[in-house]
Design a protein around this ligand. Structure first.
Ligand code: FAD
Length: 478
């Protein structure tokens, strides 16, 4: 049997993996390969939390392959040269990979495809990551969508008859002589001289395909019921927490949708199912936007904001935000959840992002960069869309003038203060009424939480008005 390389990237799974399946279907011995080349993704090489996740995910993939008789061959260096070496070492008859949609990856993959094809090596790419690839959904005029609702109305019609493959039970062994690195050689873990900052992550997460499938099962058995209402409450597990697994391709969105479509659900949860599906739709929409507007990873989608008077970054302000020391409990709780677990609840992401871009009036890129480094689900499409949406600079965005009040949001979505007490434990002894805006209860704060800032970093009302005044300047331009 001839060999075929299967180049794993962010499709770190065996089930519903079209590249792997295509190699098998063609009767080849799949040679699973991972090439570590972070500089090829610059300026969006994986951040520290993503690298820590990747380390474990690659170990899990290798173990899953070995359990089926195969193994992961790990290399490091320029992807094209490494692939060329591997093709000659294995006499590979073909190369398969699953597509990525970030601008740097598209440019790299196009170059590699052309290079290898011109040398007569069959290269095939496949869709593993999306329900609908960005170029397959178009407006009536034939262009890309900028508004979610019509995008999703169109895209979701394509989910009828959707299929998701299962994992092969056995795999043939790749050539035994083929050398590779250990995952540990890639330096993805935090360096030894740094404190074990990722230690808290692994109480919450199990990177790898088995962890992803378990997370899906737990969600389908639990939080799916009531998802529509409960997904906004950060103090409870009301969402699926599949985002890092989806980002690394440890589970396919088709597998998730198929499970939703095939389940024997009571009619009462129809709205929950539809709503969950639409969140997966936002993931699709984000990829659609980044593909069609690749500049938006750094530039405002709405050009009106080019002259927006952002405040010059002040390290002290930014650092207080990053460390969860703003004096605004809901924001601080979110930023500390992020630091400790590598993840933050969506509602709180919006509040923390709004505080940065509107109350502190710092450019959204400062926040996006921090999230990039600290989120285990850091994803260029979703992160860009999330920040531009909240900042009001993006597609179908919350208008800039709609400024989240972190106090009202805490009252509405964390009324008993479970979330704030959990992540800002020095406030735990405050009564519920003082938790959202402790500066309004100076005596209580001094007595029960003397170490917490006695004032927010900025006055919420004044900073809100300043933000609205700043917005008037670009509105007038438009
Ligand atoms: P669930 O509610 O269970 O949703 C299921 C899946 O749908 C998620 O796993 C995710 O893949 C997708 N999804 C849900 N909400 C969104 C959304 N608003 N936009 C795009 N996809 C969505 N998500 C990331 O995956 N990576 C990021 O880097 C990221 N950065 C964000 C930054 C900001 C400022 C904001 C406001 C949102 C960001 N999001 C990001 C979107 C969202 O917060 C997370 O996808 C969600 O919190 C993940 O939790 P979950 O898996 O439990 O979500």
């Amino acid at each position: 049997m001839s060999n075929a390389l299967v180049w794993f990237r962010r499709d770190l799974r065996l089930a519903d993996n079209p590249a792997l399946q295509a190699a098998l279907d063609a009767g080849h011995v799949p040679v699973p390969v991972y090439i570590h080349a972070p500089e090829e993704e610059a300026p969006w090489a994986p951040g520290a939390a993503s690298r820590a996740w990747l380390h474990r995910s690659l170990q899990a993939l290798d173990a899953d392959l070995q359990a089926r008789g195969s193994r992961l061959v790990i290399r490091q260096g320029d992807s094209l040269s490494e692939l060329e070496k591997l093709i000659s070492e294995t006499q590979a008859a073909a190369l398969h990979w699953n597509r990525l949609y970030e601008p740097a990856s598209i440019a790299r993959d196009t170059r590699i495809k052309q290079g290898l094809k011109s040398r007569g090596i069959p290269v095939e790419s496949h869709n593993a990551a999306l329900l609908v690839e960005p170029w397959t959904v178009q407006t009536g005029q034939g262009g890309p969508y900028r508004v979610f609702t019509p995008f999703w109305k169109n895209a979701r019609q394509r989910l009828e008859g959707l299929r998701a493959g299962s994992a092969p039970k056995r795999l043939p062994e790749p050539p035994v002589t083929l050398a590779g690195l250990d995952v540990g050689d890639l330096g993805l873990r935090p360096p030894a001289h740094e404190p074990d900052w990722d230690a808290g992550f692994w109480e919450h997460w199990a990177p790898g395909e088995a962890g992803a499938l378990e997370m899906l099962e737990v969600f389908l058995d639990g939080a799916l019921r009531g998802y529509k209402a409960e997904r906004d409450k950060p103090g409870r597990v009301g969402t699926s927490r599949l985002s890092p697994h989806l980002h690394f391709g440890e589970i396919s969105p088709r597998t998730i949708v198929k499970a939703l479509q095939d389940g024997d659900w009571p009619a009462a949860i129809e709205a929950d199912l539809t709503h969950y599906l639409s969140e997966l739709g936002w993931r699709e929409f984000s990829h659609h936007l980044l593909y069609h507007f690749p500049q938006t990873a750094q530039d405002n989608l709405n050009p009106k904001f080019e002259d927006f008077p952002w405040v010059d970054p002040d390290e002290a302000l930014l650092s207080a935000w990053k460390r969860g020391r703003t004096g605004v409990p809901l924001v601080d709780a979110g930023m500390r959840e992020l630091w400790t677990t590598g993840w933050m609840h969506n509602r709180v992401r919006m509040v923390a992002a709004s505080f940065l871009t509107k109350n502190l009036r710092l450019h959204w890129r400062h926040g996006a960069d921090w999230f990039w480094d600290t989120l285990v689900d850091a994803d260029l499409a979703n992160n860009t869309q999330g920040w531009q949406w909240t900042a009001g600079t993006g597609a179908d965005a919350a208008p800039y003038f709609r400024i989240f009040s972190p106090v009202a949001q805490a009252g509405r979505f964390d009324p008993a203060g479970d979330y704030i007490r959990r992540w800002v434990p020095e406030l735990a002894q405050l009564p519920d009424k003082a938790l959202a805006a402790p500066w309004e209860h100076a005596d209580l704060l001094r007595e029960k939480a003397p170490e917490y800032p006695d004032q927010p970093l900025v006055d919420l009302r004044e900073s809100r008005e300043a933000a609205l005044a700043a917005y008037e300047t670009v509105k007038a331009d438009g």
